[in-house]
Design a protein around this ligand. Structure first.
Ligand code: PLP
Length: 440
């Protein structure tokens, strides 16, 4: 049933223009496969896997059943000084999927919690390793690491920080972002130019001394700020510089994890192993809130072995490893494997690439970029009204039955990995028509 206006007023919506939304709400009622259905019965093709999370498509029975069974058997189990088998089974299963020797897993409930957990682990690691001076954290412009105080501090989105900046983390720097339309517009896959952007880390090292820097955190591909794909050689160079200076490298794979870029993780795709890797979203196919932080064995061993006894890491959440989320996670990982969805994303990616690049000649489009099953379509901002072109495109697409994601004037597409070729055509065709209309 459609909420009353009093009910609409009662919810303070996240990252939403509340006043405008409540005048013209977009309300979803059901979801199955590639489609949402809104409260008026309209079907909406999901071009964004919800919010980058429903990688196996909506309404998957095996996940629903696993959650229901868990709710019946064990609704909740404390995770402090107690455990339950599914949490250990899931950590073990995830450890086999994670790259390299990242085989210790800490559970959270979201990407934001994963980012803050990763930053804390990095600080704790250097303390345990006898280098307590290493406290500085380095993020990147246009990075998004959620909304905790740690995440907004290392994140590079001004709007997310400005009201809270007075209390943001103090010892933080940002290296430059990797977006370079002048050289890389209409790149297919990883752009060729820009590995040298990683050298900006040397500037921060020169300014503060490597022995004060705990960690660098980046998304392998910045998703939320508009699909900024890493230039060829960039992540490799970041790894190299971190290795030279004893700095931990954290990859925030909240979006890129679980098949999105055509491999289990972006780390696998580029062959660069971080020390700490954060996850959420696709971990449970969006069906239950859950995140995780994977760490290399040396990180876990250093912290745990240095503790005199008792609790080794003073950190955790009431819902870390929640039974329902663990059930959802186990069922999701099984689906990814049995349906070969990461491989499917890889094999569809060249069709996807050709399809989205057909948008390059649509009026108003200044860049198209793609990686795995992600695409970014950048629009020419209207003079004096940044974001207007993008937002109008988003609302008009929704009204026509297509869900896209918008960040400023950049449209992001990231469909569930079960997407069919005809649905890709439908998405691109629908989006192209709307952009052309809005542009004129
Ligand atoms: N990190 C990255 C890279 C993200 O893209 C997001 C969300 O989009 C987050 C962290 C925050 O995740 P959550 O909204 O689950 O807290």
């Amino acid at each position: 049933m459609t909420p009353t206006s009093a009910q609409l007023d009662a919810q303070w919506m996240p990252f939403t223009a509340n006043r405008a939304f409540k005048r013209a709400p977009r309300l979803l009622a059901r979801a199955k496969g590639m489609y949402y259905t809104d409260v008026n019965g309209n079907q909406i093709l999901d071009g964004t896997a919800g919010l980058w999370c429903v990688n196996a498509g909506h309404g998957r029975e095996s996940i629903t059943e696993a959650i229901a069974a868990s709710a019946r058997d064990l609704d909740y189990a404390p995770g402090f000084q107690l455990g339950h088998p599914a949490a250990f089974e899931l950590a073990d299963r995830l450890a086999t999927l994670l790259p390299g020797d990242i085989d210790r897993v800490f559970f959270t409930n979201s990407g934001s919690e994963s980012a803050d957990t990763a930053l804390k682990i990095a600080l704790a690691y250097h303390q345990a390793n006898g280098e307590p001076r290493r406290v500085r954290l380095v993020g990147r412009q246009r990075g998004y690491h959620g909304v905790g105080f740690g995440g907004i501090s290392v994140g590079g989105i001004e709007n997310n920080r400005k009201a809270y900046a007075a209390q943001a983390l103090p010892a933080v720097d940002h290296i430059r972002h990797t977006h370079d339309i002048a050289r890389n517009a209409f790149s297919r896959g990883q752009p060729a130019a820009g590995a040298e952007f990683a050298d900006d880390l040397r500037r921060v090292i020169a300014e503060h001394g490597a022995d004060t820097i705990a960690a660098v955190i980046v998304e392998p591909m910045a998703g939320s700020t508009g699909v900024l794909i890493p230039p060829v050689g960039y992540l490799e160079r970041l790894r190299e510089i971190c290795d030279q200076h004893g700095i931990l490298l954290i990859f925030d794979e909240v979006i890129t994890g679980f098949g999105r870029v055509g491999a289990a993780f972006a780390s696998d795709k580029v062959g660069v192993l971080p020390d700490i890797l954060t996850m959420a979203k696709g971990f449970t196919n969006g069906a239950a809130p859950m995140g995780a932080v994977g760490v290399r064995r040396k990180v876990y061993d250093t912290i745990v072995d240095a503790a005199p006894g008792g609790i080794e890491l003073f950190h955790g959440y009431t819902y870390s490893g929640h039974p329902l989320a663990c059930a959802a996670g186990l069922a999701t990982l099984k689906l990814y494997e049995t349906e070969g969805l990461f491989e499917r994303a890889a094999s569809l990616s060249s069709y996807w690439e050709d399809a989205v690049h057909a948008l390059r000649d649509v009026p108003g489009v200044i860049d198209v970029r793609n990686w795995g099953l992600v695409a970014g379509i950048e629009l020419e901002p209207r003079p004096g009204a940044p974001g207007a072109f993008g937002f109008e495109t988003f609302t008009r697409c929704f009204d026509r039955g297509l869900l896209v994601r918008v960040t400023g004037d950049i449209i992001a597409l990231s469909p569930p990995l079960i997407v069919e070729k005809e649905q890709i055509d439908q998405m691109v065709d629908g989006l192209g028509k709307v952009i052309a209309e809005v542009a004129t």
